[in-house]
Design a binder for this molecule. Sequence first.
Ligand code: SAH
Length: 215
Amino acid sequence: MNEYATQKIRLIMELRRQGISNTSVLSAMERVPREEFIPPTFRDRAYENIALPITSGQTISQPYIVAYMTQMLKPDLRQKVLEVGTGSGYQAAVLSKLFRRVYSIERFRSLHINAVNLFDTLKISNITSKLGDGYKGWKEQAPFSHIIVTAAAADVPSALVDQLGDNGVMIIPVGPDQGDQIILRITKDHHGMVAEEELIPVRFVPLVQGLAVES
Ligand code: SAH
């Protein structure tokens, strides 16, 4: 048995107790090795239900939040999903088990490159990543039936709403940097009418416009 197996089972049980009932989501969380996405210093804490620092001042989200947002997205194996904020690549890897294809955008070159290498090492072949400003979405691949944003936006980027297809669903944390943020579920009906629903309070790193300047 893998050294993390016991801790992983404990985490999955905790997620179930916390209300994650979608068995495909739980199974995806079980299949993705979270330790691979975490810097060596924190790796022994990979299966604690907490957010952890990655590089470039960013964080890998808490497992409960990853599971919750994924469940609220209502994943569909026949569809493609857009993720804004690749970060460590963990959320994208979870999505890769639940969607036909994942498109993921990151504004830090180093994070983007690390994630691409990791997907390759883990033999995940249905993620297409790019370095770019996710605030603008991914026009060439739009429309998306599903969009997930993993950084908090001051307000909902209109490009993302435009790129959401009819009958689509977007999960996005909204609110000020360091302030009260809330996850929104934005849906479009079959006429393209947009509706918005508030889910749970959260704390995310900010969605920042433009590419990151790196030293
Ligand atoms: N989904 C990630 C979470 C990383 S934290 C994971 O599972 O690890 C959020 C990420 O969003 C950070 O890496 C940050 O650099 C990125 N980000 C912030 N604003 C962005 C933007 N406008 N476009 C693309 N990525 C952005």
